[in-house]
Design a binder for this molecule. Sequence first.
Ligand code: NAP
Length: 223
Amino acid sequence: MTSVDGKILSEKWGSDATVKKLANKFEEVHEKIGVKAWIVGRTTMEKDFTDFAKPILKKGHQEVDRKDFVAEHQSDSFAIAIDGQGKLGWEEPEMEGDHVISVLTEAVPDAYLAHLKDIGVSYIFAGEKVISLQTALEKLYALFDIKHLMLEGGAHINGSFLNEKLIDELQHVLLPIADGTIETSTLFEIDKDIKREGATLLKLENVKQMEDDVLWLSYTFKY
Ligand SMILES: NC(=O)c1ccc[n+]([C@@H]2O[C@H](COP(=O)([O-])OP(=O)(O)OC[C@H]3O[C@@H](n4cnc5c(N)ncnc54)[C@H](OP(=O)(O)O)[C@@H]3O)[C@@H](O)[C@H]2O)c1
C-alpha cells in the first residue's frame, strides 16, 4: 500500500479520519487476496505487530541444536518474520490467529531458541550469519507446505526479494495521498551495494477501482 508517490509509511500521513480509513484498505485487500501465509521483515513485525517487545532468553544454561523446529500448531495459516539476529520478543505462538514462524540465522543465542521452543513458536535456519531468502522459501515449502506466500513489507525486505527475483506478482494498493517527504521509504528499497540489476519491468494484469478513490493494481514481473 502506497501513496501516489510510492511512500509506505502511513504514520507520515496524519491522523484524520479519512487517512485512517484509507490506511485500513491494507487489511481489506489482505483479506480479499486470502493467501494463508504472510511474511514481513523484523522491523515491520516489531513496529506493527509485537509492539517492540524485547527478545526473551530462557534462564539457566541452554544448549539447543541448530535444527529447524516445527512446533505443534492447529492453524493452517502462518505469520512469518525474517529476523536473522533473533531481535523479536515472542510471547505467544500465534499472531492474529496465524501460527508464528521465525526465520533465523544460526547466530542466535541458544537461550533464545529454548524460549521459542517453550512457547511453541516454530523456527527455521536460513543461513549462518546472513539470511538466504532462497533457503528460507525452500524450507517454508518443505516443512510447512507453503506454496503461496504474501510478502507484506517493509521496504527493505520487499527490495531484497525483488533483488533476488523472488516475487511473482504485485498487488499494489494505491491511495489518493501525496506524501511528499524525502527521507521516507518507498515500496522497494535496495541498498546500492547489493543491487544486482537496473529497474525491473512489470506487466499490468488488472486494475480495480475501489471505494474512496483507491486503486488496486495487479502486476506480474517480467524478469
Ligand atoms: N505501507 C505498507 O504497505 C507497509 C507494509 C509493511 C510495512 N510498512 C512499514 O514499513 C516500515 C518498515 O520497513 P523497513 O524497510 O524499515 O523494514 P523491513 O523491511 O520490515 O525489515 C527490515 C529488516 O529485516 C531484516 N532482514 C533480514 N534479512 C533481510 C534481507 N535479506 N533484506 C532486508 N531485510 C532483512 C533486517 O533485520 P535486522 O536489522 O534485525 O537484521 C532488516 O533490518 C514500517 O514502518 C512499517 O510500518 C508499510
